[in-house]
Design a protein around this ligand. Structure first.
Ligand code: ADP
Length: 183
């Protein structure tokens, strides 16, 4: 696992990203409970702070205003200790982020999860294609230093548990490296 450079943040910021349905929210909730870091659901922030330009009927999702979203997240990000839960990662400034976790899942499992959510056909297909084409992994690798991007499988609960263990281990190391473990 990578460790980050010196920072003024008291705690690191972690992005948990991946195609819708890979398990971002489940991981973030488990990780928040284990680590005490804050789960920042970008979906919720977009809704609550109106960081959007309206609702897209076809995709059944908000059209996000990225500038407004970044303004809304800036204070939390500066403070640190955020687990950012979002299906994109290239909009966040590199300086905000200490670790980028890209979750991956087999396409049959993803199909079942998205079907269970009653996704519109066009959105379901687009997300399956995106997972197969590794779109989020590429986006993460293009947007951040290679050493802070990790790819983890999220097909079942055993994988989720070991992923959370691994990220908690990374966090403990980050605290030691940044002199925050005695706090
Ligand atoms: P996302 O936030 O990426 O859209 P969710 O965390 O909402 O994904 O997960 C979508 C569905 O898949 C939920 O029903 C969740 O319980 C299930 N799920 C996600 N990851 C796993 C996993 N690793 N093992 C078992 N079920 C999972």
């Amino acid at each position: 696992m990578p460790s980050s450079n010196a920072t003024t943040r008291a705690l690191p910021n972690i992005i948990v990203t991946g195609t819708p349905g890979v398990g971002k929210t489940s991981h973030c909730e488990a990780l928040a409970e284990r680590s005490g870091l804050r789960h920042v659901s970008v979906n919720q922030v977009v809704k609550d702070k109106q960081c959007h330009e309206g609702w897209d009927e076809e995709y059944q999702s908000w059209v996000v205003d990225e500038d407004k979203l970044l303004d809304a997240l800036e204070d939390d990000a500066k403070q640190g200790g955020c687990i950012i839960d979002w299906h994109a990662c290239d909009l966040f400034p590199q300086s905000w982020i200490d670790l980028v976790v890209v979750l991956r899942v087999d396409s049959t499992t993803l199909y079942d999860r998205l079907k269970a959510r009653n996704y519109p056909e066009v959105k379901l297909q687009e997300n399956l294609d995106s997972e197969i084409m590794e779109v989020l992994l590429q986006e993460a690798r293009e947007s951040y230093d290679e050493e802070i991007v990790i790819e983890l499988q999220s097909n079942d609960t055993d994988e989720m548990e070991s992923n959370v263990d691994r990220i908690v281990g990374w966090l403990e190391q980050w605290k030691k490296d940044n002199g925050r473990d005695a706090a």
